[in-house]
Design a protein around this ligand. Structure first.
Ligand SMILES: Nc1nc2c(ncn2[C@@H]2O[C@H](COP(=O)(O)OP(=O)(O)OP(=O)(O)O)[C@@H](O)[C@H]2O)c(=O)[nH]1
Ligand SMILES: [Mg+2]
Length: 323
């Protein structure tokens, strides 16, 4: 199961305390207390593993190490190592206390989430002409600590949408290595599946139904995964009683969820076109062309239509590279 929305607490390391000591040798009675080391920072770093948020299912508190206390003979305590939390590319970290939002969009991108506390000064740093034997020292400061919501918004290039049971997963499996579950009943797909087609990431989203935006069926919670896709493939089953109504139903749910989704480049696939007479598939195609839509009839058992889809994907790859 993909973990795509978790809340955790992050606590950066506490700074080490400064030390107040004096040299024991008779000649030099000066202060020799070292400074405390800085507490460890917490960074968030992007990785390719889409399952990386799974580590936070049970580990809700992530704490960096504290800085070492200052030592005698002018030795400073060590700074603590930083703690690096690996999250999938596409993760948005909402730092809840200060309403800051950090987006991880690239592999290797590293962002500071919580700063470690500064180490305290040892008494050596307090010496002066009038204070040759300072007893002062500083305590280390606490590190920043926040509650953070990590939300995965995948960066797929193409999102497969449509009513349940229209062949979305079947096509994903046909085009890619994905092994999305396929069966002849609605809501076979319970969470998004990704497939890689050369340079494109394709996302098969669970089926939508009327009222999804009010929580019917599986609801619209998975639509966040296509908020950032550039292109939608909208599947309409050729054996539907009313293909245009199916289309409008899904478009309605998309617009209610987020109007941005209605503005995306969209291709309509009349799926399972082998299940109806050729002229019926043509009629359906015409109905959509009247609506000024880019539309093609497809069937996973028709190699020609699969080839046409591949040609379209290749064109989209070129467009992607050009962007
Ligand atoms: N005849 C025919 N059957 C198809 C075609 N594509 C898919 N099917 C069948 O349609 C049924 C549903 O396919 P899925 O790929 O699971 O549909 P889905 O849109 O992913 O469904 P949900 O996950 O429930 O939203 C399965 O029984 C498939 O074998 C096609 O091109 N032709
Ligand atoms: Mg499916």
């Amino acid at each position: 199961m993909i973990v795509d929305d978790v809340k955790i607490n992050i606590i950066a390391g506490h700074g080490g305390n400064g030390l107040a000591v004096f040299s024991k040798t008779k000649k030099t009675l000066g202060p020799t207390g070292g400074n405390g080391g800085n507490g460890g920072n917490i960074f968030i770093e992007g990785v390719s593993d889409l399952g990386a948020l799974r580590q936070f299912r049970y580990k809700k508190v992530c704490q960096a190490k504290n800085g070492q206390n200052g030592k005698s003979q002018l030795n400073d305590g060590h700074d603590a190592d930083d703690l690096i939390l690996k999250v999938p590319v596409g993760t948005v970290a909402h730092i809840l206390e200060n309403k800051k939002i950090v987006e991880i969009t690239k592999i290797g991108q590293k962002e500071l989430a919580a700063k470690g506390g500064r180490g305290g000064k040892g008494n050596y740093l307090f010496r002066s002409a009038v204070n040759t034997s300072p007893r002062q020292f500083e305590q280390g400061k606490p590190g920043e600590s926040f509650e953070v919501r990590l939300e995965l918004k995948m960066i797929a290039d193409v999102g497969f949408i449509g009513l349940p049971n229209v062949g979305k997963s079947s096509l994903l499996n046909e085009l890619t290595n994905a092994k999305s579950k396929v069966a002849n009943y609605p809501f076979t797909t319970l969470e998004p599946n990704l497939g890689i087609y050369f340079d494109l990431i394709l996302a098969d989203i669970p089926g939508l139904i009327e009222g999804a935006s009010e929580g019917k069926g599986l609801g619209t919670k998975f639509l966040r995964h296509i908020e950032r896709t550039r292109i939608l493939f909208h599947f309409i089953s050729a054996d539907s009683a009313n293909p245009v109504l199916d289309y409008k139903t899904v478009r309605n749910e998309l617009a209610t969820y987020n109007p941005v989704l209605s503005e995306k480049q969209e291709y309509i696939f009349i799926s399972k076109s082998d299940t109806v007479e050729k002229n019926i598939a043509k009629e359906i195609k015409k109905d959509f062309e009247k609506l000024d839509k880019k539309v093609m009839a497809i069937s996973i058992i028709d190699p020609v239509s699969i080839d046409n889809i591949k040609k379209l994907l290749n064109k989209l790859i070129l467009e992607k590279i050009a962007v």
